[in-house]
Design a protein around this ligand. Structure first.
Ligand code: SF4
Length: 407
């Protein structure tokens, strides 16, 4: 099979991995000569470098053949799809060609498991090693690793990559048993723990002045939302553990999308995309706003409210904590006010040292007044206690009910 045909198959197969922000976006095609900016399925996606820059990556699978049979995966052993395998030299060539033409700033490489985990990892590493050592490639490299591979190989991958990741896929072992029977949560956690250890060692060596050391600076993972009955609490509990115990940079929530020729154990419909969005918002609250999982969700309500963002939903459940005086409240309390983001909270702390805060200051900061007003006190604004306690407050924020169309 020629390399262009492989590229079409293996770039398309990689789109189900959500670790690149534009995964799953509608494909556009400018190969007909009309329009510009798309090479039509060549697998260029966007991601964020460690310094926060948005970068374009060539996103590929080394192969879409796999000895595993994960039900949610189009590349599973029992799936009836066209298969292709790149040689490491072909991936190197494609990466360099795209890089030299300025199409990409790096490579995102994953793979189905061929023969066994170690053999697959060796192929993936061969790509990264050749790029770095033979071609002095300085672009960004993100490598997916396989938890079953030997620790030495995962460690070697981390030496050539900027970011490495292992997909957890599902939040509990019970879910894995049902949908990905060859995968094991404990084994994945052991591999993540080892990666964390190596990342910490490398950052210590860099701090101690080892300027030449090249090593990944973080690990990330992906979970699939809506492929089974796992609740949002199951996902957030697992993410909380991953952030705390494995220093995960990022957990990606990927809404399950029905695949061609699906396994009979899968739902027929994708979950609402809003569920994925709410999980990202809740994840953000845990990482940057000081919320605990148990504050966002409870055993009685284990799923996020799709109508309201999770901070607003929390505020409406905890109205006794409001209104908050913006002039005097500590930072951690301000962070819990709906409509106030981290950056604006820090600006408010600076402004209030100099003056009494008024609504006009919030307008200048572009704070959404309609959202924030019921929950705050400023020099010129005292919200009505009646509104804060009233049932109407939720209705003020929830989307208006829409009449169903008959035709
Ligand atoms: S191991 Fe990865 S590529 Fe293979 S079936 Fe499972 S999810 Fe798909």
């Amino acid at each position: 099979m020629e390399i262009g045909a492989k590229l079409e198959i293996l770039a398309d197969a990689a789109k189900y991995d959500a670790s690149c922000a534009s995964s799953g976006a509608a494909k556009s095609d400018s190969r007909s000569g009309r329009g510009v900016g798309s090479t039509g399925g060549a697998g260029i996606c966007h991601s964020y470098a460690p310094d926060g820059r948005c970068i374009s990556l060539l996103k590929l699978l080394l192969t879409n053949s796999c000895i595993y049979d994960c039900h949610y995966c189009i590349n599973r052993r029992s799936s009836n799809v066209r298969r292709a395998v790149f040689t490491p030299a072909e991936v190197v060539k494609l990466t360099l060609d795209f890089y030299k033409r300025n199409y990409i700033e790096g490579l995102f490489l994953s793979s189905g498991i061929i023969r066994n985990a170690d053999h697959t990892m060796e192929q993936v590493i061969a790509v990264a090693r050749t790029l770095r050592e033979e071609h002095d490639f300085r672009g960004y490299i993100h490598l997916k690793t396989i938890p079953e591979a030997s620790p030495e190989l995962i460690e070697t991958a981390a030496r050539y990559a900027d970011r490495i990741s292992i997909n957890l896929e599902l939040p509990t072992q019970e879910s894995l048993d049902r949908l990905a029977p060859e995968k094991n949560m404990a084994r994945t956690k052991v591999a993540m723990g080892r990666i964390r250890h190596r990342l910490e060692e490398a950052s210590e060596r860099k701090r101690d002045g080892d300027k030449k050391l090249r090593h990944a600076t973080g690990q990330s993972t992906q979970v699939i939302v809506g492929a089974d009955a796992s609740t949002d609490a199951d996902f957030l509990d697992r993410s909380d553990e991953l952030y705390r115990s494995y220093k995960m940079r990022r957990v990606y929530y990927s809404a399950f999308s029905p695949i061609p020729e699906p396994s009979a154990v899968l739902p027929l419909q994708a979950p609402p995309l809003l569920r994925e969005h709410r999980l990202y918002q809740a994840d953000w609250l845990m990482r940057y706003y000081g919320f605990q999982t148990r504050e966002i969700l409870t055993p009685e309500a284990p799923n996020l409210d799709l109508e309201l963002d999770p901070k607003l939903a929390w505020a409406l459940r905890n109205r006794q904590n409001f209104p908050v005086d913006l002039q005097t409240a500590p930072r951690e309390v301000l962070l819990r006010v709906p409509g106030l983001g981290v950056r604006n909270v820090d600006r408010i702390l600076r402004i209030r040292r100099l003056t009494r805060l008024r609504l006009g200051d919030l307008v200048r900061l572009r704070v959404p007044l309609k959202k924030v007003q019921p929950f705050i006190v400023t020099a010129d604004h005292h919200p009505s206690r009646y509104l804060l306690d009233s049932d109407r407050l939720r209705a003020r924020f929830a989307p208006k009910p829409r009449q169903l169309e008959l035709f």
